[in-house]
Design a protein around this ligand. Structure first.
Ligand SMILES: [Zn+2]
Length: 123
């Protein structure tokens, strides 16, 4: 699958292997918050699944030409195909986008020792 996004721009996995320390107390007991990543994944799944519902409606409308059973089959096909595929790809795309947001915008790290939050880029 090619979503048109260059992988290099989004990959920051090397940072995962160098645990950051808290800029306030120098503790290494920091954890990623990944707020945008979780949020993005949830939104992506909803958007993708909503696309599946839209496809189901479109399938039902097309199926109406073939009678009630055709409408049922059209809707079912739309839900099964678009709902599952759309939800999964939407979740993946949302998580990826949220991951980029976490790395660049939000204070994505939280210190367990003092509770200080800070971003990956402020090291
Ligand atoms: Zn700290």
């Amino acid at each position: 699958m090619d979503d048109g996004l260059p992988d290099d721009e989004w990959s920051g996995d090397l940072m995962e292997f160098t645990p950051p320390c808290c800029p306030q107390c120098r503790s290494t007991h920091v954890e990623p918050r990944n707020l945008a990543r979780r949020f993005g994944g949830a939104i992506g799944a909803v958007v993708g699944t909503t696309g599946g519902v839209a496809a189901a409606v479109a399938g039902a409308e097309a199926g109406i030409l073939g009678g009630p059973i055709g409408a049922l089959l059209g809707a079912a096909a739309g839900v099964v195909i678009e709902g599952i595929v759309g939800g999964a790809t939407g979740c993946a795309a949302g998580s990826r986008l949220g991951d980029a947001i976490d790395r660049n915008i939000l204070h994505n790290r939280r210190c367990r020792a003092c509770g200080h939050t800070f971003g990956d880029t402020s090291r």
